[in-house]
Ligand binder design. Structure first.
Ligand code: SAM
Length: 363
């Protein structure tokens, strides 16, 4: 990617990235726009660009405004301040962005759009105080890898009511892992990188970020790998709230029906749904088979004792209710467990007044 990025049409992979982002905002906004939600809403797009490609396709800042416009009834009824903060270090881009924002318009009575022309580090520093006590969605669509380093990530993990989506050009770590400007970013070692084939580098990078989450913190990250020719890059989503994680995973599984994590066959299994194999298990991605086995064993060994334990276990591994339910159904039919009125959707499992439902292991 280069800085003439906006003077040509976005490529297919950029559209895929933006689709994930757009789908997430669409699910995120109504939760916080609900009249019952008390906190100010702040959406930060720190690498905003100009707003469109050369064909007028919307980039992230205009997607944010489009979704706010789609929810204009909720926006109009909202009792809390709504701020959209758009930053880019390129002055000309900011001017073009301002013109694009004016062109698409937004509810100026309710929404405050701030366009800032600063280097990321300065813009982020100035925004730090604004992250406190609001519901935040932070999008970090950097070129490359350098801005979301270990220390920034650790800071993000500590923020409350904050979901983060960031871009990482993961193949860079494959190519330049030892380079003095790349090595300090995540301290990824050559051994850690070599554990994964190049096509899975975004998984390796995600595991590294995972290792920066303090022990005991309830924080979950989920990757989506995007391959373009031989390069792999992707998004990483992070949230301290299971509801956010579930939403992002739902979107990933919609986009990648087989493995929920890439725009290509990341495990190289060549499963052809149109021409299934005679062996049933060969028609199903191995990662799902492994998950089902592990889930079953953890339930039967009583490591997972309630529907909430099961739900959390699943989303931390990138799986959602549609993967949990068949395992539970099978165990119930085999009369190995009893579990009354379970739920594996976050907004039920997490209802304040609802106690987690215990799993009774029968044999
Ligand atoms: C990948 S583009 C963002 C695309 C945008 N999210 C969209 O969907 O249209 C990255 C943007 O980051 C800006 N940028 C690069 N380095 C930056 C920095 N250090 N601080 C702020 N902006 C930066 C570039 O000018 C560019 O517009």
């Amino acid at each position: 990617m280069s800085e003439d990025f906006f003077d040509k049409p976005f490529d297919e992979e950029t559209h895929q990235k933006l689709q994930l982002f757009s789908n997430y905002i669409e699910k995120w906004l109504p939760v916080f726009l609900s009249t019952r939600y008390p906190r100010p809403i702040r959406i930060f797009d720190f690498f905003a660009g100009v707003g469109t490609d050369s064909n007028g396709a919307y980039g992230s800042p205009l997607l944010i405004l489009k979704h706010l416009q789609n929810y204009n009834d909720l926006v109009s009824d909202s009792k809390v301040p709504i701020t959209v903060f758009l930053n880019d270090r390129n002055k000309e881009y900011c001017d073009r962005l301002q013109a694009n924002v004016d062109k698409v318009g937004y509810n100026t009575e309710k929404v405050n759009v701030i366009i800032s022309n600063k280097d990321f580090s300065e813009a982020f520093e100035l925004a730090r105080a604004d992250f406190i006590d609001s519901a935040n969605l932070i999008f970090l669509d950097q070129f490359g890898v350098k801005y979301v380093d270990k220390s920034l990530f650790r800071f993000l993990v500590k923020l409350k009511f904050t979901d983060v989506i960031f871009f990482v050009s993961s193949s860079t770590f494959n190519r330049f892992s030892e380079h003095e400007s790349i090595q300090p970013i995540l301290e990824l070692t050559t051994e850690e990188i070599k554990k994964h084939p190049p096509s899975k580098i975004h998984r390796a990078v995600t595991e590294k970020y995972q290792s920066f989450i303090p022990d005991g913190a309830q924080y979950c990250i989920a990757p989506f790998s995007i391959k373009k020719e031989s390069n792999v890059y992707g998004l990483i989503f992070g949230s301290g709230h299971p509801l956010g994680v579930e939403k992002f995973l739902d979107i990933c599984w919609d986009q990648d029906k087989q493995r929920g994590e890439a725009n290509f066959d990341i495990d190289g299994e060549n499963i052809d749904e149109g021409a299934p194999s005679m062996f049933e298990d060969m028609n199903r991605p191995k990662k799902i088979l492994v998950f089902e086995k592990e889930l079953e064993s953890k339930i039967l060994s009583r490591e997972l004792r309630t529907d909430r334990d099961i739900f959390l276990y699943a989303i931390n591994r990138g799986f959602i209710n549609k993967h949990i339910e068949p395992v539970i159904e099978k165990l119930k039919q085999e009369k190995r467990i009893e579990l009354k009125q379970p739920s594996f959707r976050c907004n039920t499992v997490w209802k304040k007044e609802r106690e987690p439902r215990p799993v009774e292991v029968l044999r």
